[in-house]
Ligand binder design. Structure first.
Ligand code: ATP
Ligand code: MG
Length: 442
């Protein structure tokens, strides 16, 4: 992409309304535009990051055996009356009437709708296990929308729903999602810590919030330092192996970890003082086993091997991709701007042409641009005639992992400067060597 033809509305000033660094940087880097309290448009740079985050989520959901669907944002109230949640949900739900005066709503979550899909088609235990997910906008009329996309009213969610014959099956489904979440957040460049969460009237211990440590997080958390060093399962992990899944979950749930809601001082005291980490964190994901809470009132049952009808045992598994972008920035930035992990960077590299119109600079910039594009790096070429200082500040702000600076003096000597955004390291190398470095060949 050439910057002169792109839409990148950077802000020079720090927006007053932004209380935390990720919100400030997303606005300044031209990623989002607020349209109403807690409601945002994703501008081109934001949309690119969101797509990358969603693709990582999708790949890991698919790897774990979940199947993608897409349910609508608008739902009939009838389903929620059936489950008994229509009145319970309160003011967070956006209730709508259509032209026939039918009660509708903008979905805050999709348990009822997915249960309706399930009961309409699935009859036998032989069709289980089943896990259906979608990535769709949700609306919750939060009391205090704030921190930009971190706590929005309209926000994107990946929500998966598992269906099993019995509790043992549901536990195995839960474990698969647990492992998929560890991998997903790791691939987004984040250290996430699964923390015991409230199971309410359902009981048991199958509810975890995945928390990313950050000073600006809304949750107060307590955990063992061991979590900072635990190995995340690799891509070769076998999601069909229930025992392997269970042992990973065991390893990741043994050291103490809880948010303030679940914090237990007596248990905490058993963790040696030097190993205790009390901090703040951002909830980026939440997995939850709820058994027959919806299958029973909504009549979602299958015939078991015993020939009898069984209400299916269910779980739900949410990740907020829009909140995740905020969490990534909270975890990875400096005074000059965002520092994207390569896996979610909106462009793989910046090429900064210091003197557009100069035949030498244009030639080398175009050569590097073509080679990086061909190698799939997806570069952003700054071919504008802004001042040098403004160009460097803009590129640091949007935080692409690499910058290739093409200036007249260097071009005269047959070199360009390659800067690593994260380390700040600079090297003068030939344009060919620069391309090799950025494509992992040098
Ligand atoms: P919170 O406790 O932060 O209000 P929640 O418990 O209501 O979240 P879930 O219903 O578990 O959230 O939703 C699953 C995921 O969706 C969360 O882990 C989070 O990543 C995301 N999410 C929830 N609410 C919001 C919101 N208002 N804005 C952005 N993302 C959200
Ligand atoms: Mg939650």
């Amino acid at each position: 992409m050439r910057l002169s033809r792109y839409f990148l509305p950077l802000l020079k000033e720090n927006p007053k309304e932004a209380e935390i660094v990720s919100h400030r940087l997303m606005l300044r880097a031209g990623m989002i535009r607020q349209q109403a309290a807690g409601i945002y448009s994703m501008l081109p740079l934001g949309k690119k990051v969101l797509d990358k985050v969603c693709n990582i989520i999708r790949e890991e959901q698919n790897r774990a055996g979940a199947i993608e669907i897409l349910m609508p944002t608008v739902q009939p109230a009838d389903l929620w009356i059936e489950s008994g949640r229509y009145n319970d949900y309160g003011q967070e739900m956006l209730r709508i009437r259509d032209r026939h005066d039918r009660a509708m709503l903008f979905g805050p979550t999709n348990e009822e709708m997915v249960t309706d899909i399930f009961r309409s088609y699935v009859r036998s235990y032989k069709d289980l296990p089943l896990n259906l997910y979608h990535i769709q906008w949700k609306f919750r009329d939060e009391v205090r929308p704030r921190f930009g996309v971190m706590r929005g009213r309209e926000f994107l969610m990946k929500d998966a729903y598992s269906f099993d014959l019995d509790f043992e099956g549901a536990r195995a489904a839960y474990n698969r999602m647990f492992v998929a979440y560890l991998r997903t957040f790791d691939r987004c460049g984040l250290k996430s810590i699964p923390m015991r969460a409230d199971t309410g009237p359902i009981g048991g211990d199958l509810s975890h919030e995945f928390i990313v440590l950050a000073e600006t997080g809304e949750s107060e958390v307590f955990c063992h330092r061991d979590y900072l060093e635990l190995d995340v399962p690799g891509a070769n992990v076998d999601f069909n192996d229930d025992a392997q899944m269970a042992s990973i979950v065991e390893k990741w749930t043994t050291p103490y970890a809880a948010t303030d809601e679940m914090h237990d001082e007596a248990e905490w005291a058993k963790t040696p003082e030097a190993e205790r980490l009390s901090a703040r964190g951002i909830e980026v994901g939440h997995i939850f086993h709820f058994g027959t809470k919806y299958s029973e009132p909504m009549g979602a049952a299958v015939t078991g091997p015993d020939g009898k009808q069984h209400n299916v045992s269910m779980g739900s598994y949410g990740i907020g991709p829009t909140r995740l972008i905020g969490a990534i920035i909270e975890a990875s930035h400096d005074d000059n701007g965002i520092i994207w992990p390569e896996s979610v960077a909106p462009f793989g590299a910046a090429i900064v042409n210091m003197k557009p119109g100069d035949a030498g600079c244009d030639g080398v910039s175009d050569q590097v641009y073509a080679a990086l594009t061909k190698a799939g790096v997806d570069p952003l070429l700054d071919d504008t005639d802004d001042r040098a200082g403004a160009k460097f500040a803009a590129m640091d702000l949007i935080g692409l992992p690499w910058q290739v600076v093409v200036g007249p003096r260097g071009v005269g000597n047959g070199v360009v400067e390659v800067k690593n955004r994260k380390t700040g390291e600079r090297q003068e190398v030939t344009p060919e060597a620069a391309v090799n470095m950025l494509t992992g060949r040098g």
